[in-house]
Design a protein around this ligand. Structure first.
Ligand code: ATP
Length: 350
């Protein structure tokens, strides 16, 4: 098992790629380096261009401009079947009349591999994807999660250098989806293949990806590890898109103090002017009274291990969301003190 390392050379290099459909720019000068054996997620709201980008990597769409390099070689002119990468479709596209084993062997038979080699590779993949006991079943005799594994196994058995996956867990219910997220990551590590996955689900990208790219309106907004993107979002859109974020509008004084009604927070390295302070619910500390500023608990949302208080304060039009342990014992109507750790906030200034 070899994890991607930051120094690894990119296996896939996307250079200033553009896709126009008439007047619509679906992908707008996106450049990305994807490293060998990395689990890479393309993430963004509906219509941001992630599927179009993936289809250009696979060769199903021709870029209007830009190039795709695989291990340093320009693959842009190659037809899909000539590219050493494989696209797994969301619909699974399994052959209904063939058993699982036959579905897996089919692609290798097309490559005219020797029978012994085909059997060996199919057996390896059946065991990696936990499908040995389903080898003789037809797709219609499988559950959604099992079908999803067969589709993945069929893509992996061909040993592509890069596997492209378009919303691979999109058809599964929430519980199975969460289980399969971890399974997919395990299988990716075991197979040692670079995965590029498209998802619109932030949680999914945070759980699975080594690194991810956030797209909006065809443009790349930020690329980084889940931690980097969660903790240092490049702009207010990314901050809001990934996880829950409170925004407090105010201004920074000449002395470098962020001020909003009832709140003053000294910050390092900021310039004066209008600003929006972004702070995660887990970075606001609640005390019974006192604190840097205060508010009234309006609502309490239960989330298993913790609760999220919605606290009405003079500082902000929206109630602030504040994460507390489930046993903290707050009630609606309580007056609470709040403290924000200045080291944990992001300040967006225009
Ligand atoms: P979703 O999550 O909804 O699948 P997406 O991020 O994958 O969205 P794309 O399917 O890549 O988005 O589409 C990007 C933009 O390009 C959208 O505005 C879409 O309407 C447009 N688009 C995609 N394919 C075509 C096409 N064949 N002709 C014209 N416009 C297209």
């Amino acid at each position: 098992m070899t994890a991607a390392t930051p120094s690894a050379a990119p296996i896939l290099k996307i250079e200033a790629i553009v896709k126009n459909y008439g007047p619509i720019t679906a992908v707008d000068h996106v450049s990305l380096d994807i490293r060998e054996k990395e689990f890479f997620a393309l993430l963004g709201p509906s219509g941001c261009g992630k599927t179009t980008l993936l289809r250009m990597l696979a060769g199903f769409e021709t870029p209007t401009a830009g190039r795709v390099l695989l291990e340093g070689k320009d693959i842009s002119p190659l037809a899909p079947e000539k590219r050493p990468l494989n696209l797994m479709f969301q619909s699974y596209a399994l052959f209904p009349h063939m058993s699982v084993r036959k579905n897996l062997a089919y692609g290798l038979e097309m490559e005219k591999l020797a029978r012994g080699e085909i059997n060996r590779r199919v057996d390896d993949i059946l065991s990696m994807t936990d499908l040995v006991r389903f080898a003789d079943r037809k797709p219609e005799q499988l559950s959604g999660g099992q079908k999803q594994r067969v589709a993945l196994a069929r893509a992996l058995v061909k040993r592509p250098k890069v596997l492209l996956l378009d919303e691979p867990l999109g058809a599964l219910d929430k519980k199975l989806r969460e289980k399969m997220q971890l399974e997919l990551k395990r299988m990716q590590h075991e197979a040692g293949i670079t995965f590029v996955i498209v998802t619109h689900d932030q949680e999914e990208a945070l759980v699975m990806a080594d690194r991810m790219a956030i797209l909006k309106d065809g443009k790349l907004l930020q690329c980084g590890t889940p931690e980097e993107i969660y903790e240092q979002p490049a702009d207010a859109f990314v901050a809001n898109f990934i996880g829950v974020m409170n925004f407090i509008d105010g201004g920074v004084s000449e002395a470098g103090v962020f001020e909003a009604p009832g709140l003053a927070l000294a910050l390092a390295g900021v310039r004066s002017g209008k600003a929006s302070l972004a702070v995660r619910p887990e970075h606001i500390v609640v005390s019974a009274a006192g604190g840097a500023f205060g508010g009234v608990v309006e609502e309490i949302a239960y989330h298993g291990l913790d609760r999220v208080l919605h606290v009405r304060t003079p500082a902000c039009v929206q109630p602030l969301q504040v994460r507390v342990p489930a046993d903290a014992g707050h009630r609606s109507g309580d007056t609470v003190g709040l403290t924000i750790d200045p080291a944990k906030v992001r300040l967006f200034q225009s």
